[in-house]
Design a protein around this ligand. Sequence first.
Ligand SMILES: C[S@@+](CC[C@H](N)C(=O)[O-])C[C@H]1O[C@@H](n2cnc3c(N)ncnc32)[C@H](O)[C@@H]1O
Length: 264
Amino acid sequence: MKIGAFEVNSINNIDCVDGMKQLPENCIDLVVTSPPYDDLRDYHGYTFRFEEIVVELFRVIKDGGVVVWVVGDKVDKGNRSLTSFKHALFFQQTGFNVHDIMIYKKKNTPFMRSNAYTNCYEFMFVFSKGKPKTFNPLKTKTVRQGSEKLVSNKKADGVNNKVWAELKEEKTLTNIWEYAVGLGGTTNDKFAFKHTAMFPERLAQDHILSWSNEGDMVFDPMCGSGTTCKMAALNKRSYLGMEISKEYTEIALQRVEILNELLL
Ligand SMILES: C[S@@+](CC[C@H](N)C(=O)[O-])C[C@H]1O[C@@H](n2cnc3c(N)ncnc32)[C@H](O)[C@@H]1O
């Protein structure tokens, strides 16, 4: 089966601006991606056509589709670049809703600054084309369950009327998600660490489960080591990946191949 010029469930070594031009409009349900930000990593000198990417994303995403954009800032001589904010503002100008600004908190943080607190997060902007058509909220177990006397709002008499209530078994997660990073946290695929800026598999999976349903088309235009594609396949979604570097494309292909063998 094809989606534009590409096979469904394929990872392609191509500049994503050129690649997206070969896709029809309104064909993608969900994007989970992370761009190269500032010059934090060396991507072999590839240029990053940010504005063109956003315009093409708006064209190919379905109404109600979601783009999860994971991005951080560089600190240069004590000054944060604010690339993340610039990106978010441009998405909004292009027509996307800023549906949420979530935080990706890293459990183990390698970088230290002598005169500021250790940065332990990146942003996960959740942009949508109109109102998101899918939201499957992830839940967590509550600390206390069963019947309990709850404090009620005080009335004018100032009396605190406690009432009996049934506590819920689980609650929806907050918008700060925490993940361990590195081997065993980000992934167990040791060979994938040839890519220097992967996001954790569980991060990709949690967004895929939240904003898409089985059979939906999940796209990563800058798929690096293929994390989003792998987790889409694992969760019975279709996927499409694009990656400008041949070396990273090969890692991504290897990761989904290993997964496919395990799933057989
Ligand atoms: C932050 S990394 C993505 C990592 C990925 N989320 C993972 O878990 O492996 C950004 C990637 O974008 C790729 N890239 C940069 N410009 C691109 C473009 N125009 N088209 C496609 N890929 C591009 C880089 O080569 C790099 O692998």
